[in-house]
Design a protein around this ligand. Sequence first.
Ligand SMILES: CC(C)(COP(=O)(O)OP(=O)(O)OC[C@H]1O[C@@H](n2cnc3c(N)ncnc32)[C@H](O)[C@@H]1OP(=O)(O)O)[C@@H](O)C(=O)NCCC(=O)NCCS
Length: 173
Amino acid sequence: MNEIIRKDYTIRPWQMSDIESLARNANNINIWNNVRDYFPHPYDEEDAKSFIKMASGKNPIQDFSIEVNGKAVGGIGYIPGFDVERINAEIGYWLGEEYWNKGIMGNAIKDMVDYIFENTDIIRLFASVFDFNLASMQVLQKNGFRKLTIFKNAAIKNNKVIDLYYYELLKSK
Ligand SMILES: CC(C)(COP(=O)(O)OP(=O)(O)OC[C@H]1O[C@@H](n2cnc3c(N)ncnc32)[C@H](O)[C@@H]1OP(=O)(O)O)[C@@H](O)C(=O)NCCC(=O)NCCS
């Protein structure tokens, strides 16, 4: 992907010039509380540099930045399955808090889903959402993801055992 340009945002590959903006937007406990523990917190410029280096080294690129007003303020990407599960992928996303609730991720997920289904062999996408993350459930549902099940006591975050809401979207034939 070169870039997907929309009125409110652009989706494009990460670049080293995003380090400062990535660190500034990702360094937020309200983001970290909703994502896996491997997402750094605090999130400094060294973390941003390592991430961009890793993301830029993949072929095809799987992690993209969401740019708003010329600055990379969020991320969206997919992790393909391995071996016989290589036709499916987990989708993941986050956005700098000052940009929440403006409809950006709801639309960016649609762009990403279309991109994946049109440009890769992946035919099934899934996402696993913490039980309290209603905004994430909402953006998935708005994009046609279906809640398949709730895995009870399936994760631990901030020392609290939580349920995972498991969503999937199949590529239509
Ligand atoms: C989840 C996240 C990406 C959503 O991005 P966003 O750009 O704010 O999403 P949108 O504005 O497109 O849509 C958010 C929707 O959630 C709804 N919402 C927000 N907070 C809510 C809440 N506490 N309860 C119920 N609905 C809520 C909004 O009303 C909106 O729905 P609507 O379009 O029907 O009004 C963003 O909140 C985020 O980065 N969170 C932290 C990281 C994260 O959770 N990543 C996903 C892990 S699975």
